[in-house]
Design a protein around this ligand. Structure first.
Ligand SMILES: Nc1nc2c(ncn2[C@@H]2O[C@H](COP(=O)(O)OP(=O)(O)O)[C@@H](O)[C@H]2O)c(=O)[nH]1
Ligand SMILES: [Mg+2]
Length: 483
């Protein structure tokens, strides 16, 4: 997400380093670079124009605050403007508890409508305690019904057995009656798409929308973020035809530029409600403009990271591990758990970007896949170890080592290497426990330890603020995982 833009912005801001004061002259170059960066990110040109004008005006009007350097002040202004351009606070659908809520999902083909329908149903159940009925109403492509049924089954949500011979508006009517009779709170209608905005598609959607007048439906457009300005045009067209209540940007995981996210609200006036960040059913996030602005500017998004950690990490596992650590014990099993916790949060890259300032570091390091591959190798090695060995890795000598190597498809040297690294880690953990006894519960720069000790600590980091971050120890940088 937003990788290119982050990089360009970070270059642009370098111009302001060491400047005592913001003047028209010294921000000229920076503004020019900001403008180019936004245009290259495929942000709508009018949005770019308005944006840079506002930033300039604010920057020149700003009083110099003591103790804050002009560069930081400028970044803050850009942050606030970026955030404002994308919308206000997170705007999720508001549901009415007293009636059946109807959500109509519209958009072109292949944008992620069906996938999002499933994600929304799951989100509503797990976060809002509301049971939804999924309704296949794509009468253009019969296979779409089977796709939604399969999705629904995988998350154990009921899927309406639509009769695809009918007009979608009739399908919708029957599904609504059925949902009411079975006490559902929400109906999610997944409609057909086309390759481009065409008359037949629009005609159909308009009819469905009209037939739902009494239900006051939520009308969500799902648009592929990777299509950039095309997504913005599609949003405008749909909004004019059916009156959208919100936009869902899909495939944000694959969109490095961010043009759609940055312009769609400003150009169409329709708020972005959710972002879809992967193919799995849980890959759905609320749209938080301020947090995304933070991510773009490498200010990180620690709030999202902590939320993620709280959601995904089994508190009991974390506490058990904490107890072990307090006793000065760190086993191979604990380490495996940590790695698993960490992968449940996402890829290393996606996590790092949420930590302030790490985005830039990430760009220097470049590819993290060797580190991820190394983690995979470690997991395989551990899975070939017996329980006894995992509790006490020192048992692993010649014959056991050979057995583990064979069992995990590694060489003896690779297993030895793992044990050596683990031994190093064990020592580090011991040292850290000493430090922690001295004060608070820092995140300690270890992967896979987010939220330990009650979910309070920042994932693997905030300890670094007080105690300079370990140069080599931080598993990210090149300590035990990196090469
Ligand atoms: N990477 C990624 N792929 C997605 C996302 N949402 C949907 N997809 C994929 O995009 C393709 C089209 O999705 P689908 O829901 O069938 O689109 P529809 O035609 O609009 O209903 C499928 O292969 C999905 O797995 C997303 O957020 N990220
Ligand atoms: Mg579909």
């Amino acid at each position: 997400m937003f990788d290119t833009l982050s990089e360009k912005f970070s270059d642009a801001f370098k111009n302001l380093q060491g400047k005592g004061k913001i003047t028209e002259d010294n921000i000229e170059e920076t503004l020019k670079q900001v403008r180019t960066a936004l245009l290259e990110a495929d942000v709508n040109f009018k949005v770019v124009k308005d944006f840079t004008a506002k930033v300039k005006e604010k920057a020149l009007g700003e009083k110099v605050i003591k103790g804050v350097n002009p560069g930081e002040q400028f970044i803050k202004i850009v942050h606030d403007e970026l955030s404002g351009m994308m919308g206000t606070a997170a705007e999720e659908i508001v549901f009415n508890d007293d009636k059946l809520n109807v959500v109509l999902i519209v958009g072109l083909n292949g944008q992620g409508k069906t996938t999002f329908s499933g994600k929304l149903a799951l989100h509503l159940r797990s976060k809002k305690n509301k049971e939804a009925l999924l309704v296949p109403a794509d009468t253009f492509r019969p296979a779409a019904k089977a796709q939604l049924q399969t999705l629904a089954k995988s998350i154990n949500i009921e899927c309406f057995d639509s009769n695809l011979e009918q007009h979608p508006k009739d399908i919708a009517r029957e599904a609504i009656a059925y949902a009411k009779s079975t006490g559902k709170k929400v109906v999610i209608i997944d409609t057909a798409g086309r390759l481009h905005v065409d008359e037949e598609l629009m005609g159909q959607i308009v009819e469905v929308r009209k037939s739902l007048e009494n239900e006051k439906p939520e009308v969500l457009l799902v648009a592929d973020a990777m299509t950039g300005q095309e997504a913005v045009n599609v949003a405008k067209a749909f909004h004019e035809a059916v009156g959208l209540t919100g936009v869902v940007l899909s495939k944000m995981d694959s969109d490095a530029r961010g043009g759609a996210a940055l312009s769609i609200r400003y150009v169409s006036g329709v708020p972005i409600r959710y972002i879809s960040t992967g193919e799995k059913m849980k890959d759905l996030e609320l749209f938080h403009p301020d947090r995304l602005a933070g991510r773009i500017l490498d200010m990180g998004d620690v709030v999202s990271l902590v939320e993620k950690a709280e959601e995904q990490i089994d508190q009991k596992d974390a506490e058990r591990m904490m107890k072990n650590l307090e006793k000065g014990k760190f086993t191979v099993d604990d380490f495996l758990k940590q790695m698993e916790m960490m992968s449940s949060l996402g890829s290393m890259g996606s996590l790092l970007k949420m930590i302030p300032g790490m985005g830039g570091l990430l760009r220097q390091v470049g590819d993290l896949s060797p580190a991820e591959a190394e983690m995979k190798r470690m997991k395989v090695i551990i899975s070939s170890m017996t329980q006894e060995e995992r509790q006490n890795y020192k048992l692993v000598k010649e014959s056991r080592l050979k057995r583990i190597a064979r069992g995990s498809g590694n060489t003896d040297a690779q297993v030895k290497d793992f044990l050596a690294k683990f031994s190093q880690m064990e020592k580090m953990m011991g040292g850290m426990m000493q430090m922690m006894k001295g004060g608070g519960l820092p995140g300690m720069g270890m992967p896979g330890m987010p939220g330990m000790g009650g979910g309070g600590g920042l994932p693997g980091f905030d300890g670094g603020k007080k105690k300079k971050p370990r140069k080599k120890g931080g598993a990210w940088g090149g300590g035990y995982f990196g090469k």
